[in-house]
Design a protein around this ligand. Structure first.
Ligand code: NAP
Length: 256
């Protein structure tokens, strides 16, 4: 059991917000990092201003690391400041397929460089590589970049639960978890389930993966080739319970 302050980066975002709430519910001491603090337990921190990370990390024992900026230098800056501050453990949010090659390109090289830096950091570490988030279906309209191909869509609450387990115990040190839900579903299939739960259709707009940020292209084309139609047992291994189904997520979170 690790006692002391937890720093949750990406605390205003999808998984960071959930990790913060789970830790608070356990009575842990938590600081949420954001570029625009609004809550009493927020702290200012911006990866583009490494000096700001020093204050954010003061007294911190473990960090939930979300960069979401597609820039491994940001992870390196956080890791350097964390080592300086005496942090003992990092749990990093990466993504499934990171480091695989597709059509001659490496998928998500920024995640790859950052994951390797975390593993080489000398700190305790866990890397979480989730599949597509169920919460992507909360966009209006839903943007579908993966056609009819299926993915092991995951409830971000499960990602957060694994993160909290990894932050608060030694049991997950040195683990790389590929986190998926219990089933593979395409975006249209997810929209159909969500529409059924809401009692009205969920609008979906198809988008061309070649028209988005080129850095996403290899990963999207890999998924379009059906390579992400994968279910793992890593949530069950980490939590001792199965992952949430998409329908359960839709009923508990997506019903508006
Ligand atoms: N969506 C998916 O299906 C999916 C699947 C697998 C993996 N992922 C990975 O998940 C990550 C995103 O995680 P998420 O969805 O939990 O987060 P998110 O909702 O995208 O939120 C991003 C967070 O990053 C913070 N941030 C942005 N720029 C920053 C900066 N310069 N300095 C400090 N903080 C900064 C934002 O905080 P402020 O704006 O408050 O500063 C915000 O809290 C990405 O790395 C993505 O590759 C996503």
């Amino acid at each position: 059991m690790l006692t002391g302050m937890y720093l949750i980066t990406g605390a205003t975002g999808t998984t960071g917000g959930l990790v913060r709430e789970l830790l608070l519910a356990r009575g842990e001491a938590v600081r949420g990092m954001t570029r625009r603090p609004t809550r009493p337990d927020d702290v200012h921190g911006d990866y583009a201003d490494p000096a700001s990370l020093v204050g954010a990390l003061d007294g911190v024992k473990a960090v939930y690391l979300v960069t979401a900026t597609m820039n491994a230098d940001h992870d390196l800056a956080l890791l350097a400041a964390a080592r300086e501050a005496g942090v003992r453990r990092i749990v990093r949010l990466s993504a499934i397929a990171t480091g695989e090659r597709w059509e001659g390109e490496v998928i998500a090289p920024w995640h790859l460089a950052a994951d390797e830096a975390v593993r080489d950091s000398g700190l305790g570490w866990t890397v979480l590589r989730p599949s597509a988030f169920a919460t992507n279906l909360l966009r209006d309209p839903v943007v579908n970049l993966t056609g009819d191909t299926r993915q092991g869509v995951i409830d971000p609450r499960d990602v957060a639960a694994v993160a909290v387990a990894a932050l608060t115990t030694d049991d997950h040190d040195g683990q790389v978890y590929d986190l998926t839900g219990p089933e593979v579903l395409s975006v249209p299939e997810q929209a159909a389930v969500l529409g059924e739960v809401r009692g009205r259709p969920v609008p979906v707009v198809d988008a061309d993966p070649d028209a988005v940020d080129a850095r996403w292209r290899a990963g999207l084309r890999w998924a379009l080739a059906g390579r992400n139609a994968v279910v793992t047992d890593h949530v069950s291994r980490a939590l001792g319970r199965p992952p949430t189904t998409f329908r359960q997520w839709a009923e508990e979170v997506g019903r508006w």
